[in-house]
Each structure stands twice: as structure tokens, then as C-alpha cells.
Write a protein that binds this ligand. Structure first.
Ligand SMILES: Cc1ncc(COP(=O)(O)O)c(C=O)c1O
Length: 401
């Protein structure tokens, strides 16, 4: 499959009437309130860019077969996962370690159900991707927060606090968000080592959600948690996907990497109780798409990263110059930028009112990610620059009025 460089991240694509969660007026009204169905959406984490054409071509090829019966986990998809992580992350994943899942959020729920009991606790590092807390609470487990702290304008893990939290024998699982959504950190190897050692030495299983591991800003490098040591590999479950990187989230295909036989067996048994293949289940087209993206999507990704980076620079400069005091944290990974509006001295409700009512923009509000996110806002910058400009200029105007 030859690669023709046919992508244009500046192209504006109408996503209305595609039941896009990000753009659907009903969803916007349900989330932000009546009358807010037409907000310009810079919230839900998908991209307003077309996936690489190689992905469409691979799906069309499979589509033309016209039989879409039961399928098995696809070894060609697994090969693509193995090769991608070897090439890009120097991680030698072995085929039996890979289990499929229709998403990392569903996997988070199964994992909580399988590796803890009702009443047990799961640790998260707030502010953090809010479905973690929803999954923990929804399954009747307790949420234990190990809040991140800000040191010299950069988020860090609080290891002293972590040591204390994991001493609680009720804590069975710790969720590592790496890179971290929403604060945009790409954790360094020594941070991951300290985190992993503290958790594992206290018998806490690590769930390393690495869905954003291929969205790394220029000059930085993501370290896959399980590559750090044998001990880490044996006492953790890692999750990754092509879905964020190549904009395939609606196809529901992600991978769980479980090197330890016992842990993997637990998961397989669990899959059986769900009535699905013990090696997990993604989707027919999800695995076709992920395979094509991993095998042929690198040139597209190589252009995407600098585009996102320039979007980030634009956002940071415009917001910080236009609204003195507002701080946009450096984006190391993900396409989700995190900004602190608290220095403006306005109550968080007023900040939200100005962004939604004043500027007509939908953002993820900071307190969704934990109490320590109040007054912060998360911008999804994976959109054409002209859309980002419209949103950011409207926000600056709304505050300056
Ligand atoms: C950290 C993190 N994990 C998981 C997901 C979603 O995973 P999935 O679509 O595979 O359920 C997201 C989406 O934004 C995310 O940011």
C-alpha cells in the first residue's frame, strides 16, 4: 500500500449528523445545559482530522468482501502492535501477552471488577481523566486520591503522599495515566520507577493507561511502564490503542498487554464470563484499521505532531498574552492542553459562564477531573488551526469585555 501524502490538517470537515459525541447538539445540551447545544466543541478527546487514507483503504478492502461474520483476534493486527511498539518504543511485546478490548474505559471496569472486591480501593492521581473515578465508584470501590502537585509551574507526582496512601491494605489497584490527561505530562523514567516500586512493593497492581503514548511533543520521549523492569512487567497491566493517535475511537479496538500468566489468565476467565473470546474482543473493522494505521500511518503521524505542537504554541501565547495571569501548562504529550484560570481571581462558575455563554465554546471543566482541578480548563487542540483560533479569540474577547 503506497503512501500518498494527501492529508491537510487545516481542512475543515463538517461532523454534523455523524452522531459525533463531541459535536452532537443533544450531547452538548445534556452536558453544558439547555441553550448550549451549539457551542464550538473543544472538549471530548477525539480529533477533527481525517484518519490516514491508508486506514480507509484497508477498511474498504475488507468491506468489499461483504461477509462480516464472526472473527477471531487477528494475528496480523497483533503483528502490527508488536512491530509498532518495537519500532517506536523499543518494547518487545510477546504475542500471547496481547488481549483485545473494545476500549480502555471498559477494560478499566473489568480490571477493577476482577482485581478488587466491593469495598476495596483504587488509587488515582488527580486531576485525572474522570472516567477512572466513575469506574471506581460505579463498581462500589473507594477512590483514593494521590493528588499531583505543582512545582515550579510543572506537575509532579507526590511520592511521600503515595507512600502513605498505598500502605492502606484496602488499596488493590493504582491507575497510572501516562502520558497524563489532563496535565499533559510525559512521565520520566525515574518518576515511573518510583511510582512503580512504591505501588508494587505494597502489593498494589499497576494499571498503566498509555493510550496517549504516541502523541508526544517534539524532543520528548515516552517510556512504556513495562519496559522498566521485569518486576514492573509482571505486576502490571498496560493498555494502549491506535485510537487516539489515528482518530479511530469509534471503532473500539484497544490492546491490553499482560505479560504475567496468572494475571492474564484471570482476565481470560473474565472474558469467558462475558461470553467473548478468552483473548478478548475488539471489532472486525477496529483491528483492520489499527493494523493499517500502525503499519502505514507513520508519515501521517510525523506531520500531525508538529501541527499539534504549533496549535499548542498558538494557544499558550494567545491565552497568556490576552489574559495576563492565566497559565497554560507546557504540553509534553496528548493533544489536551491544561490551563489555570484561577489567577484571574474569578469564581470557577464565572470562568465557565464566560467561556460558554460569552465565547460560545465547550471545554472540559477542571473540576470534572478532581477537586484540585477547579478553576482550570482543558482544551482539545486537535482541530484545524482556524477553529482553534476562533475559539481562543472568542474566549479572550469574552474575558476582556
Ligand atoms: C487517559 C485516557 N484513557 C482512556 C481513554 C478512552 O479510552 P477508550 O476510548 O479506549 O475507552 C481516554 C480518552 O480520552 C483517555 O484520555
Amino acid at each position: 500500500m503506497g503512501i500518498k501524502k494527501d492529508w491537510d490538517f487545516d481542512e475543515i470537515i463538517d461532523r454534523s449528523h455523524t452522531v459525533s459525541m463531541k459535536w452532537e447538539p443533544d450531547v452538548l445540551a445534556a452536558t453544558f445545559g439547555k441553550g448550549r447545544e451549539n457551542l464550538l466543541p473543544l472538549w471530548v478527546a477525539d480529533m477533527d482530522f481525517k484518519s490516514p487514507t491508508v486506514v480507509r483503504q484497508a477498511m474498504e478492502e475488507r468491506l468489499s468482501h461483504q461477509i462480516y461474520g464472526y472473527t477471531m483476534p487477528d494475528p496480523a493486527y497483533e503483528d502490527a502492535v508488536i512491530s509498532w511498539f518495537q519500532r517506536r518504543h523499543q518494547w518487545a511485546i510477546e504475542r500471547p501477552w496481547i488481549l483485545s478490548s473494545p476500549g480502555i474505559v471498559p477494560a478499566t471496569n473489568y480490571l477493577i471488577q476482577r482485581f478488587s472486591m466491593p469495598g476495596d480501593k483504587v488509587l488515582i492521581q488527580t486531576p485525572v481523566y474522570y472516567p477512572f473515578a466513575q469506574s471506581i465508584a460505579g463498581n462500589g470501590r473507594g477512590i483514593v486520591e494521590n493528588p499531583l502537585k505543582i512545582n515550579a509551574g510543572r506537575y509532579e507526582m507526590d511520592f511521600q503522599d503515595l507512600e502513605l496512601r498505598v500502605k492502606d491494605p484496602g488499596v488493590k489497584v493504582a491507575i497510572l495515566c501516562s502520558p497524563h490527561n489532563p496535565v499533559g505530562r510525559v512521565w520520566e523514567p525515574d518518576e515511573l520507577e518510583r511510582f512503580g516500586n512504591i505501588c508494587i512493593d505494597n502489593n498494589v497492581l499497576v494499571f498503566a493507561d498509555e493510550i496517549h503514548c504516541d502523541l508526544i511533543m517534539p524532543g520528548l520521549k515516552h517510556t512504556c511502564f513495562q519496559t522498566l523492569s521485569d518486576k514492573f512487567a509482571r505486576h502490571s497491566i498496560a493498555a494502549n490503542a491506535a485510537s487516539k493517535t489515528f482518530n479511530l475511537a469509534g471503532l473500539h479496538q484497544s490492546a491490553l498487554i499482560i505479560p504475567d500468566d496468572r494475571l492474564r489468565n484471570e482476565f481470560s476467565i473474565y472474558n469467558r464470563t462475558l461470553g467473548v473470546n478468552p483473548r478478548g474482543y475488539g471489532t472486525l473493522f477496529g483491528s483492520v484499521a489499527a493494523r493499517a494505521a500502525y503499519d502505514h500511518g507513520e508519515p501521517w503521524l510525523a506531520d500531525l505532531i508538529p501541527y499539534l505542537h504549533e496549535n499548542f504554541i498558538y494557544l499558550k501565547q494567545t491565552l497568556e498574552q490576552g489574559l495576563p495571569g492565566v497559565k497554560v501548562f507546557d504540553l509534553e504529550g496528548t493533544y489536551l492542553a491544561w490551563a489555570d484560570f484561577n489567577p484571574l481571581g474569578l469564581p470557577p462558575e464565572t470562568v465557565i459562564e464566560k467561556i460558554e455563554q460569552g465565547a460560545g465554546v465547550a471545554l472540559d471543566h477542571g473540576d470534572w477531573f478532581g477537586e484540585n482541578g477547579a478553576g482550570f480548563e482543558r482544551f482539545n487542540i486537535a482541530c484545524p488551526r482556524s477553529i482553534l483560533k476562533r475559539a481562543v479569540e472568542s474566549i479572550v474577547d469574552a474575558f476582556q469585555k
